[in-house]
Design a protein around this ligand. Structure first.
Ligand code: SF4
Length: 290
């Protein structure tokens, strides 16, 4: 950790805001930062923040965020877009821009900006006073993509930093260097143990368990990460993410059929597919998604 971040976290006037999506990376980051807080005697206030994406999220996500924060004896703040949940934002975009894809994409990542970064910055502007500092910890890892590998370990957050109020706001990526296997190990799972959990769930599926009954069984197995990972997901945030692989989309569609139906309706009405070259409608009808 840089001296600059360490010095800020040592101060009682600093807030450490740990972003919590309920995904494995933010869960591992939360555990590691709470351990460091004790080991280094940080005097800062520690809060966890969940950016609520509404109907796009798994039903289990809020509960899992609360579970992590309760386990750590900390406090959870939930923020959201001022007008719409993300699905409402997609519908609104379709209404306003008939010529453009209503769905976000890697090139037009308006979902992250509008439903995560902006609500978090608004909370910081409203809650971090003059002369105070806020360090926003985010669980990005370099291994995930070349764009993430180019991220600095920390940088000033523009849009929330206010020199006029002498307020300092830093975006910090404390687990940028961790591998996926480091993350699972922090949650208490070796690759073999994780494979064993997934194999048990596959066996239940093979016996015919599905939907709510399967979820209930998964939630009863004592798995410490979000249940979507036991179901085979590689990533987690929205139940259906425009950057997700086909298997993650299939899982999301099974467990958020209401949202899947709304997204397929938007595909039909707008003429655009959820992902470039991959429609949810085709996946739902058993095609390869193209
Ligand atoms: S999970 Fe995917 S669709 Fe959801 S906000 Fe993140 S990038 Fe956008």
């Amino acid at each position: 950790m840089s001296d600059e971040i360490g010095d800020l976290l040592a101060l009682p006037s600093t807030t450490l805001l740990i972003q919590n999506s309920a995904g494995k990376d933010s869960q591992a980051m939360a555990y590691l930062l709470h351990r460091q807080a004790v080991a280094r005697s940080w005097r800062c206030r520690i809060l966890h923040m969940h950016c609520d994406l509404g109907r796009m999220e798994w039903h289990e996500t809020h509960g899992h965020c609360r579970q992590i924060v309760t386990e750590l004896g900390s406090e959870l703040v939930t923020v959201s877009h001022a007008r719409f949940d993300l699905l409402g934002g997609i519908e609104d975009r379709m209404t306003r821009r008939a010529d453009a894809p209503p769905f976000p994409s890697s090139a037009a990542r308006y979902c992250t900006a509008g439903w995560k970064r902006d609500p978090a910055s608004r909370w910081i502007r409203n809650h971090i006073g003059p002369g105070e500092a806020c360090v926003v910890a985010m669980g990005l890892r370099a291994e995930e993509s070349s764009a993430r590998a180019r991220k600095p370990v920390w940088q000033t957050r523009t849009g929330a930093d206010a020199p006029t109020k002498n307020r300092r706001v830093i975006d910090w990526h404390p687990i940028l260097h961790l591998t996926e296997s480091d993350v699972w190990s922090t949650l208490g799972y070796s690759p073999d143990q994780l494979a064993e959990v997934r194999s048990r769930v596959r066996a239940w599926r093979a016996e015919g368990l599905a939907g709510a009954a399967l979820m209930q069984r998964v939630q009863g197995m004592g798995f410490r990460a979000h249940p979507a990972y036991a179901l085979g997901n590689s990533r987690l945030s929205c139940a259906m993410c425009v950057l997700a692989c086909r298997q993650d989309l299939v899982n999301g569609m099974e467990f958020r059929p209401d949202t899947a139906a709304a997204l397929m309706d938007i595909e039909r009405r707008s003429g655009f597919s959820f992902k470039q070259g991959q429609s949810l409608t085709s996946i739902a009808t058993g095609g390869n998604g193209a």
